[in-house]
Design a protein around this ligand. Sequence first.
Ligand code: IPM
Ligand code: MG
Length: 357
Amino acid sequence: MAKKHILIVPGDGIGQEVTLVGKKVLDKIAAKFNHEFTYDEALIGHVAIVATGNPLPDESLEKMRNSDAVLFGAVGHPKYDNDPSAKVRPEQGLLKMRKELGLYANLRPIKLFDELLGASSIKPEILKGADILFFRELTGDIYFGEKGRKNNGDTAYDVAEYSRYEVERIGRKAFEAARTRRKKLCSVDKANVLETSRLWREVIQKLALEFPDVEVEYQFVDSTAMMLIKDPRRFDVVVTANLFGDILTDEASQIAGSMGMLASASIGDGTGVYEPIHGSAHDITGKGIANPLASILSAALLLDISFGMKEESELVISAVDKVLKAGYRTIDIADATTPKENILGTEAMGEQVLKFL
Ligand code: IPM
Ligand code: MG
């Protein structure tokens, strides 16, 4: 029996709907295993801007620092996407949270549940058995370098910057993870063009000497994008920079059938943050059809990584597996063979997972 304090940060759009379900799953686990989970909520993103003018109020950050883990939803609002001049944006809240909490490693496991072989647009024989763990660097790169305008606003720039220690700490985590898996690591960069990538490669090559049992390969990001679709099974652990990781993991989500299936863990110096890789999805917000499985699987990662509750975490994953085996689908993972009555909304899908728990 353990006592833990969990902060729920739903954010924007479907973030609100899916974290509600994720929390119910955590509650169920607490009851089943006699743990005591207490909860609080905090604002981030567009909802925080509306309430306080700030996409990440100090109060939210303080609550994050003081909790044992954060279950996060999503941030974003279409209002800002088409207004390049907006100075205050929901995404700033997310980036500030990552930086302030020192969340430098973003783990994105890409694993296809067998039942969803038909849900992807990639051929089943290419996909079957694919199991990739991405380590995306999360607090450096072009995301956090100097940015601005010059020449009366006619020229814009974003500086990509990496320091040795930043590459080393994420590289080390990736090597250690590879050791517990199939012992293969693919480091992705653009070292034929970018200086940051050459530093990246240099650091990974040096680290590799400490991990002689791990087989390392170096790939350029463009060819990695191609190989992910052509032969996803060739990858085990992939480590890459912030921007490349952002793009490649959206692509890789198709290996798992849908963005609605992918969970992620952001870890580093302090409190870990667990969130779906999907965004706020305002096109489906309020309709009750969002897939809650990514939030549920994020809760599973939270149990495992932040609380060391392996058995609890595996139980959640196996409940998701059973729900899929029983034939239930949300609309994003349904296909032509799914009977209409098996297509469930957000809440009903959550109820099924709770039932199998
Ligand atoms: C992600 C998202 C964010 C990112 C956005 C919302 C700023 O796409 O978590 O992958 O680019 O990191
Ligand atoms: Mg992204």
